[in-house]
Design a protein. Structure first.
Length: 399
């Protein structure tokens, strides 16, 4: 892997010495794993060895991506930290929204609430990650932003640790602020509480789009990965009317249900467009009632293919969906529900890539106005062009 990150370290590995082993230490969850897959594939395609260390739903997702993986913690331990979805859907939605707004208050910095939570996740995954790493002996550790087990293992082995971003947030030396929350993780690894000497950072958007200073971070093109899926025949046909994609990602339907789209779908008949409702194959659509004639529900179809030919996308503001829409040059209407979604929604609006509003306030006029906004359409296409000029994951890898 080429490149340097100023004070955070120079080129992590001289790959010209031969194939290297790269351990991907990834926080549990599809949203953390998916953005790392293109880089893992690029490394494998160039002849390097890759091993993923993750937990919970990330394990099956890594398998589907064709990557070798080890499960680093029981799913019950992860669920105990993240919490379970309890109470009526409206109450769950309120709690998630309040938490998301608190997280957004920190701006480009990661909120202390997330540092504490992912410090606990890092602790429960640290021992197994370390045991595997000591046997496998990686030359380099790539870790998702808040997987401190990766930092601890890299420190213990004396190898570089590469922080892999996945959204607009950019915080200079996040690892240093994260470190106090990683005492237990480091203890379970059996290494002093110090950071690896070389800590390059990868951002997946152009520096001018990042929320916060990019510093010496490496910029890498966001290459959407959304697993595989059969593409329906209608997707290849030119739409007769503007096609609008609606999605809530993978987490919101599971934690809150799909009721947050009720108002959006009620407005659909009053918009001169055809809507594609992409909520995956497991979501219960019953709370939505009968769907309007111009709304087509679909099962799991890779998001980046659904975005092809779309005039707009209505979504929850998850990082993967936001960045995929940015890469596709599609105008966005963001209905944030929680987590980092309010941050992404605000940055989408600030960059002129779309608009956002609470799910309870969306109406037909909001969608129609977005579809008619040529300035947003131009900005979205220009942003996609800038994204496409960034180095691809393969460009960051030495043969």
């Amino acid at each position: 892997m080429d490149g340097q990150a100023g004070s955070q370290g120079s080129a992590p590995v001289n790959a010209s010495l031969g194939p290297v082993r790269v351990l991907f230490a990834v926080s549990p969850g599809i949203g953390h794993l998916f953005p790392t897959v293109p880089l893992a594939w690029a490394l494998r395609a160039t002849g390097h060895e890759v091993l993923v260390a993750t937990a919970a739903e990330g394990v099956a997702a890594a398998v589907r991506a064709g990557l070798p993986v080890v499960d680093t913690a029981p799913a019950t331990a992860i669920a105990a930290i993240f919490g379970t979805a309890t109470g009526p859907p409206d109450e769950r939605a309120r709690r998630m929204s309040e938490r998301g707004q608190r997280i957004a208050e920190a701006g480009h910095e990661v909120h202390e609430l997330l540092l504490r939570t992912f410090g606990e996740i890092s602790a429960v995954t640290a021992a197994t990650t370390a045991a595997v790493a000591r046997r496998w002996r990686p030359d380099l550790v790539v870790h998702s932003r808040l997987q401190g087990a990766g930092l601890a293992v890299a420190s213990a082995l004396g190898v570089p640790a590469v922080e892999h971003g996945f959204n607009f947030q950019s915080e200079h030396d996040l690892a240093a602020r994260f470190l106090p929350h990683l005492a237990e993780a480091y203890q379970r690894v059996g290494t002093p509480l110090t950071l690896p000497a070389h800590r390059p950072v990868i951002h997946v958007a152009p520096p001018e789009m990042m929320l916060g200073p990019s510093g010496a971070a490496l910029s890498m093109r966001y290459v959407p990965y959304n697993a595989g899926g059969e593409l329906p025949e209608w997707l290849w046909q030119p739409p007769e009317r503007p096609r609008v994609l609606i999605t809530l990602g993978t987490v919101v339907p599971r934690l809150q249900g799909v009721g947050g789209l009720s108002r959006m779908l009620a407005a659909a008949p009053d918009v001169d467009a055809d809507f594609v409702l992409a909520l995956g194959g497991d979501s219960d659509l019953a709370p939505l009632g009968p769907l309007p004639p111009n709304v087509r529900p679909v099962g799991w179809v890779p998001l980046h293919h659904l975005l092809t030919g779309a005039a707009a996308v209505v979504h929850h503001g998850g990082s993967g969906t936001t960045m995929a829409a940015l890469a596709a040059g599609v105008p966005q209407l963001v209905l944030p529900h929680g987590a980092d979604q309010f941050i992404n929604a605000g940055q989408v609006a600030a960059l002129g890539l779309g608009v956002w509003c609470p799910p309870s306030e969306v109406d037909a006029a909001t969608v129609a106005k977005l579809l008619a906004d040529d300035a947003i359409a131009r900005s979205a296409l220009a942003a996609a062009t800038r994204m496409a000029k960034l180095p691809a994951p393969a460009d960051l890898v030495s043969p």
